[in-house]
Design a binder for this molecule. Structure first.
Ligand code: ADP
Length: 458
């Protein structure tokens, strides 16, 4: 039983329960018919007996047995074909017999109010004795009522019921099997989908053919949503790993560069040593902050309402960094005083650093970047415009995809992993912001961002 499939259990249990209820119904029905028919047989026998007594008593005081023997036509009409009647004198000797359809047991003068049942020569019958007196005759009248027809009918009913029981057993097993296979079909589909999901490590999209809106349909919908969430989470984790490695690469390279510099020449040169150590420590601090921020992001445990960063602060710091590295770059910032958004400092820094890096990298002229931050009703809108090489329109919808790079002869040499903008999109989405891009090839690119206000500055 333990190893039985649900379908087998279902088939057997429905077959057994339908069969048992049919059996109980049949037994009740059989005994009701049996009793009802037995009573009606008794009534018929009693009626005949009553009519006979009445008949004999109505014949007047001078009638004799010989007179009756001479004319038995009327008597034969009273006694039906299943019955026999005999008249016995007081000595127990039979003086008259009408019809010979049913056997009599040995005569006994014991009377009973009810009919007695007996089997004589394999024949089941009812019989009853009554005292009788007419004309000069004193004696007994005994009736024997054969139950042959009744037994035959009951046997017929019993075998019909048995045949019906067998048919009902087969039918209920068939119905149970068909019903269970229909009802279990979506569950089998679910099992197969689960196996696929396991084998494909949750990377395949879940789809079901079953589309009814019943309990099983609801279950499948919930499973589909669950699986989508699982694969979304796995994808987010993958993204996180890619993103963090991309963001950590630059500081690691800087530290590596300075350490090898120290290794070669800086050991004895105090100035180089101090400079390199300071830069390396700075980079490590940045990495630490970045890792903390990324971890928070991955666990989605940022209390978003508690962070408040002024865009101008972030932009001023980044501007200084870029300009000191590349003095020909000019970055123009114009922002409202209260441009405070609910995004952590490091995340905002990462977003702008990636965008400004691109604006400089994909640029053949003297890079000029114009950044404005204006206040809208519920948010701060930021535009970042450059005078770079621009992006062909057919590439615009895809530039935010992970690893997507616009491969043209002009961008080939610039080298890029195609992750920068995907990180921007992920961070912007995480802090409930919006980012859009517009570009004209040869003229420049414009990024439009929007972040929600911090409530206290509203
Ligand atoms: P990468 O790390 O390779 O720079 P990104 O995701 O930052 O990748 O950018 C994707 C593609 O979008 C780049 O290959 C580049 O061609 C294009 N792109 C991004 N920003 C700019 C921009 N400011 N001007 C022109 N092209 C850009």
């Amino acid at each position: 039983m333990k190893n039985w499939t649900l379908q087998k259990k279902w088939t057997y249990s429905s077959a057994i329960s339908i069969f048992l209820s049919f059996l109980i119904m049949s037994i009740i029905l059989y005994f009701s018919i049996y009793n009802w028919m037995l009573i009606s047989e008794k009534k018929t026998a009693q009626n005949t007996l009553n009519e006979l007594v009445l008949f004999f008593e109505s014949k007047g005081p001078i009638i004799t047995i010989q007179d009756i023997k001479r004319n038995t036509t009327l008597l034969n009409q009273i006694v039906n074909q299943e019955q026999s009647v005999r008249l016995m004198n007081t000595d127990g000797i039979e003086v008259l017999r009408i019809n010979d359809a049913s056997n009599f047991p040995p005569f006994s003068k014991e009377f009973s109010t009810d009919f007695k049942r007996s089997i004589i020569d394999n024949q089941l019958s009812f019989h009853k004795v009554a005292e009788i007196q007419f004309g000069t005759f004193i004696g007994y009248v005994e009736i024997s009522h054969s139950l042959d027809n009744f037994s035959r009918l009951m046997k017929y009913i019993l075998s019909a019921m048995f045949i019906f029981a067998v048919i009902s057993l087969v039918l209920s097993a068939l119905i149970g099997y068909t019903l269970s296979s229909v009802l279990l079909k979506p569950l089998k589909e679910l099992r197969n989908e689960m196996q696929h999901a396991k084998q494909s490590k949750f990377s395949k999209e879940v789809s079901f053919q079953y589309s009814k809106e019943d309990e099983i349909g609801e279950l499948l919908v919930i499973y589909k949503q669950l699986m989508n969430e699982v694969s979304e989470t796995i994808k987010r984790q993958d993204d996180f790993i890619y993103n963090i490695s991309h963001e950590l690469r630059t500081p690691v390279q800087v530290v590596e560069g300075h350490l090898s510099l120290l290794n070669r020449w800086g050991k004895n040169e105090k100035e180089v040593l101090a400079d390199s150590l300071e830069i390396s420590l700075n980079e490590i601090q940045k990495m630490k902050k970045l890792i903390e921020e990324m971890l928070k992001l991955a666990r989605s445990e940022n209390a978003k309402n508690e962070v408040a960063t002024n865009i101008v602060d972030v932009l001023t710091t980044i501007k200084k960094e870029f300009v000191s590295l590349n003095p020909i770059v000019s970055i123009d910032i114009s922002a409202v005083e209260t441009a405070v958004v609910a995004v952590p400092h490091t995340a905002l820094e990462q977003i702008f650093r990636n965008l400004i890096e691109n604006a400089i990298k994909y640029n053949d002229k003297t890079p000029y970047i114009q950044i404005t931050a204006t206040k809208k009703q519920q948010s701060i809108a930021i535009t970042l415009e450059d005078n770079g090489i621009g992006i062909p329109p057919e590439h615009l919808p895809k530039v935010f995809d992970r690893f997507y790079t616009v491969e043209t002869s002009r961008t080939k040499s610039r080298g890029g992993s195609g992750l920068g903008l995907s990180i921007v999109r992920m961070l912007v989405a995480e802090y409930e912001g919006i980012v859009e891009i517009d570009s004209i090839e040869g003229k420049g690119t414009i990024f439009q961002l929007e972040f929600p206000f911090v409530s206290i500055f509203q």
